[in-house]
Design a binder for this molecule. Structure first.
Ligand code: ADP
Length: 358
């Protein structure tokens, strides 16, 4: 479907939300540094980044929970920069659920509809439908204290979905759940997203969660967007050392450009790029699954092995560098054993060394 371009839009995809030059400054701290962000209709976008990178600030400015120091927020093509929270058609799901303890599940979910003045006869079927969607069709009459953490989070999500908000913001919604339940809820959120077609902006500091859930990941650093791409692209083609380091568990070989190679502690290794400045600081990033063990140009000493059921993570030390590899679970090397390793041409990806990000 093609739509007319919005005043700010340049893409054919419908933009649900557009932030332009959005900034928030607290005294000497630039919490959000003039960010441009487009969120597409129906996508699940995660804001990912280390603590203090500006994720919550960006979410607050989108929701209207704080006013920006500069910039603009457009929702459905309309300027909403200073619109009050309750006029933006945005639903927010927080980590701590914020359910009403004295109300049943059904009453909690009905609450936003009552607030909007909907007739009781219209509310009941909506509540029923949304509780079925989140898998709580059996729990209408229970109270929040009678539910598990995962179930409470489903109620919070249902209470948001029920009034069909234009955008759903989720601020670390799974942060309080244990690892197993988190995975279950990630799959649930994916299913609910697919079934409802909702536009969801999801904040997390967990890169695995972002890779698992997102249509696109917006990786933030120091109040700026470091990279925004699909999980596959951001994993395979990080645009900086910060991104490569934050996403996945890679081997990073730092060095300096010397002709067609990068001079690293492991020697001169081809960088496969044109136009790099001689002497520039850079790094080669190699994903664990691209490293072959038992053959290759290099040799490393096994310093750690981590059994993960389906495979074995083997960490080698070579010339002072840590080499992270993945081997079949049947492989069982001894600590201290020397192992040859290498990788196929093209598996080492060059990124500039943006040391400013640490
Ligand atoms: P994140 O959600 O990625 O952890 P935040 O958006 O909460 O990051 O914070 C970004 C930066 O802004 C941090 O340096 C934080 O200390 C600062 N900050 C956030 N809120 C405030 C505030 N109300 N007052 C002062 N500084 C703040």
């Amino acid at each position: 479907m093609t739509t007319a371009a919005t005043p700010l839009g340049s893409s054919e995809t419908t933009m649900k939300l557009q932030a332009r030059g959005l900034a928030k400054i607290y005294g000497p701290t630039v919490a959000l540094d003039h960010v441009d962000l487009d969120v597409r209709e129906g996508e699940l976008l995660t804001l990912l980044g280390p603590s203090g990178s500006g994720k919550t600030t960006l979410l607050q400015l989108i929701a209207g929970l704080a006013d920006p120091s500069a910039g603009q927020v457009m929702i459905d093509g309309t300027d909403q920069t200073f619109a009050p929270v309750n006029k933006r058609g945005i639903g927010v799901v927080f980590q701590n659920y914020a359910l009403f303890p004295h109300m049943t599940v059904a009453e909690n979910v009905a609450f936003p509809l009552k607030m909007r003045g909907m007739a009781a006869a219209d509310i009941a079927p909506k509540v029923e439908k949304v509780l079925d969607t989140v898998g709580l069709g059996h729990a209408h009459e229970r109270f929040p204290t009678q539910l598990s953490g995962g179930q409470q989070q489903r109620v919070a999500l249902a209470r948001c979905l029920v009034y069909d908000p234009s955008i759903i913001l989720m601020d670390e919604p799974l942060g309080a759940l244990d690892a197993k339940l988190r995975e279950v809820m990630q799959i649930e959120i994916k299913r609910i997203h697919r079934e409802t077609g909702a536009t969801i902006i999801f904040v997390t500091h967990d890169q695995e969660e972002a890779l698992a859930l997102s249509d696109r990941i917006c990786l933030m650093s120091d109040g700026k967007i470091a990279q925004i791409d699909t999980p596959r692209k951001i994993y395979a083609e990080p645009n900086s050392l910060f991104v490569a380091d934050f996403i996945g568990q890679s081997t990073i070989l730092k060095g300096h450009v010397e002709g067609a190679g990068l001079q690293t502690p492991l020697g001169l290794i081809a960088h496969g790029r044109d136009g790099l400045t001689e002497g520039a600081a850079g790094a080669l990033v190699i994903r664990p699954e691209d490293i072959r063990l038992g053959e290759g140009d290099f040799e490393g000493r096994v310093i750690e092995t981590v059994f993960a059921g389906s495979d074995l993570r083997v960490i080698l030390e070579a010339a002072g560098c840590e080499i992270t590899t993945r081997a079949p679970a049947s492989f069982d090397p001894a600590i201290g054993e020397m192992i040859r390793f290498g990788w196929a041409d093209g598996a080492a990806r060059y990124v500039p060394d943006d040391a400013a990000h640490g």
